[in-house]
Design a protein around this ligand. Structure first.
Ligand SMILES: Cc1ncc(COP(=O)(O)O)c(C=O)c1O
Length: 419
C-alpha cells in the first residue's frame, strides 16, 4: 500500500492539540531546510552563484522565510504585502525579484525602493514603470517571456498562449530595444511556463529555450543578458506513488545545455536563478484536523473541523492531497468523501477515497499543505483562518501564527454587538 509518513507521532500531535486546537497547519522546518540545500547543491556549478527566489505566495510566513533566508534563498514577490514581508525579514535589494502582473504603481514604487529586481509582465509596463518612478527606470530590468505556441504548458498554468502573463517573442525584442535606447544597463530574462510539473526534462527544455534566446538577443540587439530566471513550477509528489523531481538530474542537464550553448558561444557568465515556492515548502506542511461526524446516505462521509477555507486546492483544482489517520495506518480501510462544513458541495478534501477508517474524535492529517494552503485560505461562512505551527523535532514546536478570533473577523465592521 502506498502511503506517506509524518515527522511527528500521533501522541506528539495529541499533545500539541491540547494547546492549539485543530484545525491548524504545521510545517517541518528541518525537512524544508534539507530540501533547499539539495536544490543549491544541484546548481552549485552556476557561474556567479545560483539563487532560488522563494515564491513568498506559497507560504507567506516570516518565520519560515527567515529559515529559508538562512539557507541562501531570496524572495519572489508578486504584491506589496509580499514585498513588506521580505523587507521585514531582511531580504532586500537584488535578493528580491518582483514578478507581478496587472501591477499598481505603488507596488512598483515599493519594489524600486527596496532595490528589488523588477520583472515586467508587459511591454506597456515600461512606460507605466517610468511614470510610476517619476520619470526614471532602474539600472537593471527583467522581462517575463511567454513563448505562446512555442512551448507546451500544463494543467495549472494552462497553455502559454492562453495564459495572461508575459511578453510575446516580438514584444521581447522590441522591449529590450526600448530599454537599451532608454539607457538601461543591465538585463535579465524570465519565463514561467508550468506549474506543479514533475517531468524533470521540462525544466531542461525551458532552460535551453532561454539559452537560445540569449544568443538571438545578443545577435539582434547587441545586449548581454546577465541572468536567467527559469521561474518556479517544480512539482511535488502529492500522490504517494509519484516521484519528486530529481534536482540533481535537472541541475546536471541544464549545466550540459549551458556549456553547449552559452559557453560554446562565449556568452557567459550568465547567472541562473529560479523562483520555486511549492517544492520548497509544499511537502513539509500538514493540515491537522479532527473528525467531527460520520454520515451515511447515498455515500459515506467523514466530516472534519477543517474546510476548504483552510486548503482550497482540492475544491478549486480537484487536486489530490493524501490523507492519513495517525495511529490507524495498519487498521481497516473504507471509501469516503472527506468533507468540511462549508455550504458548498465542493468543500471536499477527497472524493470516493479509500482511507484508514476513522472514528469520530480521531485526528486526520491532510498532507502537502505547505504551499498554497494557509495562504489561499479565506473566510467564507465566517470560518476563521487557522493557526500555523513550525515543527522543530523531538516534540518541540513554535506557534508562528495564532488563529484568527471573531474580533479579528468582525474587526472591519463597525457594528454594535459584533466582536
Ligand atoms: C511568477 C511566478 N513565479 C513563481 C511561482 C512559484 O511557482 P511554484 O510555487 O509552483 O514553484 C509562481 C506561482 O504561482 C508564479 O506565478
Amino acid at each position: 500500500m502506498n502511503t506517506k509518513t509524518l515527522p511527528f507521532s500521533k501522541n506528539q500531535l495529541e499533545v500539541i492539540t491540547a494547546n492549539v486546537p485543530t484545525p491548524f497547519h504545521i510545517y517541518d522546518e528541518a525537512s524544508m531546510r534539507k530540501n533547499a540545500r539539495a536544490m543549491y547543491e544541484a546548481f552549485a556549478w552556476v557561474p556567479g552563484g545560483f539563487m532560488n527566489y522563494y515564491a513568498v505566495k506559497a507560504l507567506p510566513n516570516p518565520h519560515v522565510m527567515v529559515a529559508l533566508k538562512e539557507e541562501g534563498l531570496g524572495g519572489d514577490c508578486s504584491s506589496l504585502a509580499e514585498l513588506k514581508l521580505c523587507e521585514a525579514v531582511g531580504i532586500t535589494g537584488e535578493q528580491i525579484v518582483f514578478t507581478s502582473n496587472d501591477t499598481p504603481a505603488n507596488e512598483y514604487q515599493k519594489a524600486f525602493e527596496l532595490g528589488a529586481i523588477i520583472n515586467l509582465d508587459d511591454i506597456s509596463h515600461i512606460d507605466f514603470l517610468e511614470k510610476s518612478l517619476g520619470g526614471q527606470l532602474p539600472e537593471l530590468l527583467c522581462f517575463r517571456y511567454n513563448p505562446g505556441p512555442l512551448k507546451e504548458g500544463n494543467v495549472i498554468i494552462g497553455k502559454p498562449e492562453e495564459a495572461k502573463y508575459g511578453f510575446t517573442r516580438e514584444q521581447l525584442f522590441e522591449g529590450y530595444r526600448i530599454l537599451r535606447d532608454k539607457g538601461v544597463k543591465r538585463f535579465g530574462l524570465h519565463t514561467m511556463v508550468a506549474s506543479n510539473e514533475l517531468n524533470p526534462d521540462y525544466f531542461v527544455e525551458t532552460a535551453q529555450m532561454l539559452f537560445d534566446l540569449v544568443i538571438d538577443l545578443k545577435n539582434e540587439l547587441g545586449i548581454q543578458i546577465e541572468f536567467l530566471n527559469l521561474g518556479g513550477g517544480i512539482g511535488i509528489p502529492y500522490r504517494p506513488e509519484e516521484k519528486a523531481v530529481d534536482l540533481a538530474y535537472v541541475g546536471a542537464h541544464i549545466k550540459e545545455a549551458y556549456e553547449k550553448t552559452i559557453v560554446a558561444n562565449d556568452l557567459g557568465p550568465i547567472r541562473i536563478t529560479m523562483e520555486c515556492g511549492r517544492m520548497i515548502t509544499g511537502p513539509y506542511g500538514y493540515l491537522i484536523s479532527r473528525v467531527l461526524h460520520k454520515k451515511a446516505i447515498y455515500k459515506n462521509y467523514v466530516g472534519v473541523d477543517a474546510s476548504m477555507a483552510n486548503l482550497m486546492r482540492p475544491g478549486m483544482y480537484d487536486s489530490y492531497h493524501h490523507i492519513t489517520v495517525p495511529g490507524k495506518e495498519e487498521g481497516p480501510r473504507k471509501v469516503y468523501d472527506v468533507t468540511g462544513s462549508l455550504c458548498e458541495n465542493n468543500d471536499k478534501f477527497a472524493i470516493d477515497r479509500e482511507i484508514a477508517d476513522p472514528e469520530v474524535g480521531d485526528l486526520l492529517v491532510i498532507h502537502d499543505s505547505g504551499a498554497h494552503g494557509h495562504s489561499m485560505g479565506f473566510n467564507y461562512n465566517g470560518k476563521l483562518r487557522s493557526a500555523e505551527l513550525l515543527w522543530k523535532g523531538e516534540g518541540k514546536y513554535e506557534l508562528i501564527r495564532r488563529a484568527e478570533t471573531y474580533a479579528d473577523y468582525f474587526g472591519t465592521l463597525d457594528y454594535p454587538g459584533l466582536g
